[in-house]
Design a protein around this ligand. Sequence first.
Ligand code: PMP
Length: 426
Amino acid sequence: MGRTNSRDQELRTRAEAVIPGGMYGHQATGLLPDDYPQFFERGEGAHIWDVDGRRYLDLMCAYGPNLFGYANPQIDAAFVRQLGLGDTLTGPTALMVELAEAFVAMVSHADWAMFCKNGTDATTMALTTARAHTRRKIVVRAKGAYHGAAPWCVPRPTGTIDTDRAHQIFYDYNEVASLEAAVAQAGDDLACVFAAPFKHDAFIDQAEPDPAYARRARELCDATGALLVVDDVRAGLRLARDCSWSRIGVQPDLSTWGKCIANGHGLSALLGNDKARKAAASIFVTGSFWYQAAPMAAALETLGLVRDTDYLERITALGERLRSGLDERASAAGFSLRQTGPVTMPLFLFDDDPDLRKGFCFSSEMLDRGVYVHPWHNMFLCAAMTDADIEAFLDAAEGALGALKRQSPTLQPVPKLAFLTAGGTR
Ligand code: PMP
């Protein structure tokens, strides 16, 4: 398609001069179809507008933070009210205590909470807490799982050194024998086991946690004195009004939260049980903006909506409708589509599409029809979505599948995705 002469293109050109590489991180559109916008103007409810004025139903929800709708009036009013009173002050406000109380009341395993800014802060604090608690070094974690962008866990290690990632042993998610072997290899130096609430790695099918694996992780931590960490940064509040593993009856010692806990305002959290309290109190963790009061006001409103509304049941029903509707339309168009993961965090990948050329074409066609989907990362539903939005999604999907069918015979490999089939990494 191409976006020559667009405002997006103009901003990209200017960014090249003043931002290294023009853009960085997860939303650098380098690994998205060429017609995807890089820059956005605004968001409202379930929709975003790019800088060229195009409106999209947004299935990414800012990669998770949008749970109750962009610019949610109730949450943002609390945020703005607190901004008027004071945000970054010499110390925290009473909201910090109220918010910790709200989390402790909501999350079964939690006896305490500490607040920070990004998910990476929370996961790094979890690791430090576990090492302080056990006075041991090794973290056992799942291969391919994302836990943030700090040197110990960043997926592309350019600029880090081997010792940043020392003392880590990897297992295959959901594989009990592999987990047991990793724990055995850690021996008497195991500090913690990290687990995502479900397998939500990029580029591949998602997988629900096998309860036998989750229970075994709990047992192994109990037997060795290590701490069990569930990284709920991405999935938190989209699967349960509690830690996501509460659904399978397994309670971690520590859980990490971020993204949607303040509906898009900058806040993350580490929650823990009494076992880990002393260690958490002993580590030095802080940041100039960590006590900001306005995001905490937003988080209190968000947790209120979590507690008092049927948002979870609604987004689950919408997600089920999206999944079955898309299945119907895909098979009617003669495509075999794998939809995996929880319905509130969908991912769809086409069969026989190892280099994602079909996925890229489908995503572009969806974009063209006003729906922003992601070709290889899980997506997110939000409570601002309506039945009409799901219908709009399905109508767009029908058109996009038709267009894909017409283009399929002549689709070419996407050069920037060559690493997928070359066996390398990006
Ligand atoms: N853990 C998980 C499971 C995540 O998905 C992410 C972010 N995608 C993080 C940690 C890091 O969070 P942040 O980007 O806020 O640092």
